[in-house]
Write a protein that binds this ligand. Structure first.
Ligand code: SF4
Length: 403
C-alpha cells in the first residue's frame, strides 16, 4: 500500500497543522502535463452525485473567483513547461456569471504556460450554455466542451434528479458551435432506474445524431453516502438488472464500432484522433495541477486532494490546504498504473508490464493476470496485454486484483 503521509480531517483541535500544497511543490518548478480546476457551484444537488458541489445560496461566486485566480497565479510559478491540457470541472463551471468566468479564463491563459494546441475543456450543464456563455468560453480560449447530457428522456432525467430539459442539449451544442467551439463530448448514463434497453438505444441514437466527437457512457454508480444509495438500500429505488445493463454496454460497443467510433477506454469513445487528452494524462500516470476545493492532483507518485470544504479552502493564503497527501511506494504505483492502463483498449506494452509485475509482493498480480488470460478476460496481442471484449464487461473485479 502507499504510505499516507498525513491526513487532516478539518478538526480544529487536531494537533497536526494541515499540510498545504507548498509542502509538495516547495520553491522549485516541476514538469506538469495538465491542470484541473474545480468550480463547485450547482443549481441543486442531484441525489446520485458524490462530487464536491454546493448550492450557492449566498452568492459566493465573486470571492470564489478571486481566491481561485490567486491559486492559478501562485501555482503557475511552479510549472516548468507547457501544459497540454486544462480541464475545468465541477460542479457546474458554466454556472459562473459571464464576467467572472471571463476573469478566470483570462487568468489561466495569462499565467499558466499552455502548449500550442492545448486541449482546454469546460464541463457544462446543458441548460447553462447560453449563447453569451458560449461566446465567453470561446473568447477565453476554451476549445472543447463536455456536456452533462445523461439522458434525453424527461422521465429518466427525473429519476436522476437532473433538472434540465432534454431540448437544452442540442441548443447548447449549437451555441458552442456558433461561438467556434466545435469539439464536444456528451456524457450519458447507462442503467438509470426504470430504464429499458429501448430507452438506452434511444438515448445513444439521439446523442450520435448531434455529431459530437467524443462520448462517455458510464453505468450508474450507487456511490456510498449518496441519497440514491440510501434509497436503494431502503428499497425505494430498484437498480436495473445486471444482465440488462451488460446488454446495453455490449450493444453500445457494437453500435459505435459500426458507426466508425474508436473505443479507447472501457467507457469512452472518440472520433478518430479525438480522444480526450486530459483523461489520458490521468490514465497514463502523468502529472497534473489541482486548483479549487476538492481538486485532486498528482506529481511523480505524490498525490493530494485539496480540502473539500468551501470555507476551509477559501480561507487559505494562496496554497490550498490538503485533505490527503500520499506518497505512493513503487509497488502501489505500478499496481495502480497497471489497472488504469488496462482500462485503455490499447492495453499495455509487455516491456512495461514486466517491471510492473516483478519483485516481492507482485505474486497476486501475476496470478490475476494468468487467471484473467485463462478465463478469456485478458489477451496478449501485438506485444501488448489488454482486456478482451468480455474482460471489459467484467473489468471492475479483475482490475481491482491488480492493485
Ligand atoms: S449537476 Fe453534476 S456536479 Fe452538480 S450535483 Fe448534479 S451531478 Fe453533481
Amino acid at each position: 500500500m502507499g504510505l499516507t503521509l498525513r491526513q487532516f480531517d478539518g478538526d480544529p483541535a487536531s494537533p497536526e497543522p494541515p499540510p498545504t500544497l507548498s509542502s509538495i511543490i516547495g520553491t522549485g518548478a516541476h514538469r506538469f502535463d495538465a491542470a484541473y480546476l474545480h468550480v463547485p457551484f450547482c443549481f441543486h444537488k442531484c441525489h446520485y452525485c458524490d462530487f464536491y458541489s454546493v448550492v450557492d445560496a449566498d452568492d459566493q461566486q465573486e470571492s470564489f473567483i478571486e481566491r481561485l485566480v490567486g491559486e492559478v497565479e501562485l501555482q503557475a510559478r511552479h510549472v516548468s513547461g507547457p501544459l497540454d491540457s486544462v480541464f475545468m470541472g465541477g460542479g457546474t463551471p458554466t454556472l459562473l456569471r459571464p464576467e467572472l468566468l471571463s476573469r478566470l479564463l483570462e487568468a489561466i491563459s495569462t499565467h499558466l504556460p499552455l502548449s500550442d494546441g492545448c486541449e482546454w475543456t469546460v464541463e457544462a450543464n446543458p441548460e447553462t450554455v447560453t449563447p453569451e456563455i458560449a461566446e465567453v468560453l470561446a473568447a477565453g480560449g476554451v476549445n472543447r466542451a463536455s456536456i452533462g447530457c445523461q439522458s434525453f428522456s424527461p422521465r429518466l432525467l427525473r429519476a436522476l434528479e437532473r433538472r434540465h430539459d432534454p431540448a437544452s442539449v442540442p441548443r447548447a451544442v449549437e451555441s458552442l458551435r456558433r461561438a467556434g467551439i466545435g469539439s464536444c463530448s456528451l456524457d450519458l448514463i447507462m442503467g438509470i432506474p426504470g430504464s429499458s434497453m429501448a430507452d438506452w438505444r434511444s438515448d445513444l441514437e439521439q446523442a450520435i445524431a448531434l455529431e459530437p466527437d467524443h462520448l462517455s457512457c458510464y453505468g450508474l454508480q450507487y456511490e456510498p453516502n449518496t441519497p440514491l444509495a440510501a434509497k436503494l438500500a431502503r428499497g425505494r429505488v430498484e437498480a436495473v438488472a445486471q444482465e440488462v445493463e451488460a446488454g446495453m454496454y455490449e450493444w453500445t460497443c457494437e453500435r459505435l464500432r459500426t458507426a466508425g467510433w474508436e473505443q479507447y477506454e472501457i467507457s469512452n469513445w472518440a472520433r478518430p484522433g479525438r480522444c480526450c487528452r486530459h483523461n489520458l494524462v490521468y490514465w497514463t500516470g502523468g502529472s497534473w495541477l489541482a486548483m479549487g476545493p476538492s481538486a485532486a492532483g498528482h506529481l511523480d507518485g505524490v498525490r493530494w486532494r485539496n480540502v473539500p470544504r468551501h470555507a476551509s479552502w477559501q480561507a487559505g493564503d494562496g496554497w490550498p490546504l490538503l485533505e490527503d497527501l500520499e506518497r505512493l511506494d513503487d509497488s502501489t504505483r505500478h499496481g495502480e498504473q497497471l489497472m488504469l492502463e488496462l482500462r485503455l483498449n490499447r492495453g499495455i506494452e509487455l516491456d512495461r508490464l514486466d517491471c510492473m509485475v516483478q519483485g516481492d509482493g507482485c505474486e497476486q498480480r501475476r496470478v490475476a493476470i494468468e487467471t484473467g488470460r485463462r478465463d478469456g478476460l485478458l489477451e496478449l496481442e501485438s506485444g501488448r496485454l489488454r482486456l478482451t471484449a468480455r474482460g471489459r464487461l467484467l473489468a471492475d473485479s479483475l482490475l481491482c486484483q491488480l492493485v
